[in-house]
Design a protein around this ligand. Structure first.
Ligand SMILES: [Zn+2]
Length: 216
């Protein structure tokens, strides 16, 4: 069985660049659509690729397409995976009764980098955000509830960013989960609004270690 398809990312329209031959302008436009890439970086990357051997461009294009076509979401936890179950869900020693809830796969990867956590994860696919019209039904909440009993989850650790959306989602989940298991939230040495992804490993490891019961 193949993994679930990934949700689409909405992108704003980028006006076409001028001064380049059309195939090069197209390539620059594609780079510019990537997060954190401005027009100058996009141009630098495109020109760099053109200077490389043709074989390298072919490998790059193939890797891009293969990743896009093969990587979806793990049917259990929602993490990126090319298989029905991701690498973490396929490790039997991970089922320790501990389940850590994150907003996105990149947060899971940040926690994995600390090498401190040996439980399983659940990727929500976002945070509750009434202003953006994102309610709990848009997130993988039902899948989370469905895991508690069969996996004998004793503690759910909420590892969501310290922001209005992160707090709202943590509170919502804590109320929902508390009848079934212990619910904790990681401690933050981070300022409000900071992303988990950019926290250094030591800070994240300490945040995990210093988790506290959620109070609603
Ligand atoms: Zn998984």
């Amino acid at each position: 069985m193949s993994p679930r398809a990934l949700p689409r990312v909405r992108r704003s329209f980028c006006p076409p660049l001028t001064g380049h031959t059309r195939p090069l302008a197209r390539l620059i436009e594609q780079f510019e659509r990537l997060p954190g890439i401005g027009p100058r970086t996009a141009q630098r990357l495109a020109l760099h690729l053109l200077r490389q051997p043709e074989e390298q461009s072919r490998s790059f294009a193939e890797a891009l397409l293969a990743a896009r076509l093969q990587v979806g979401q793990c049917r259990r936890c929602g993490h990126l995976s090319a298989e029905e179950l991701c690498d973490i869900c396929r490790q039997p020693e991970r089922s320790s009764g501990l389940l850590c809830v994150v907003a996105e796969s990149r947060d899971l990867l940040a926690l994995e980098r600390t090498r401190e956590y040996r439980g399983t994860y659940h990727v929500l696919g976002g945070l509750i955000s009434p202003l953006d019209g994102v309610g709990p039904e848009a997130l993988h909440v039902q899948g989370l509830l469905a895991r508690l009993d069969p996996e004998q989850v004793e503690e759910v650790i909420l590892a969501l960013t310290p922001s209005v959306e992160g707090d709202t989602t943590s509170l919502y989940l804590a109320r929902l989960l508390r009848p079934f298991c212990r619910v904790t939230r990681i401690a933050y040495g981070l300022p409000m609004g900071s992303e988990l992804e950019y926290a250094d490993d030591v800070t994240l490891a300490r945040a995990l270690e210093g988790r506290r019961p959620m109070e609603a």
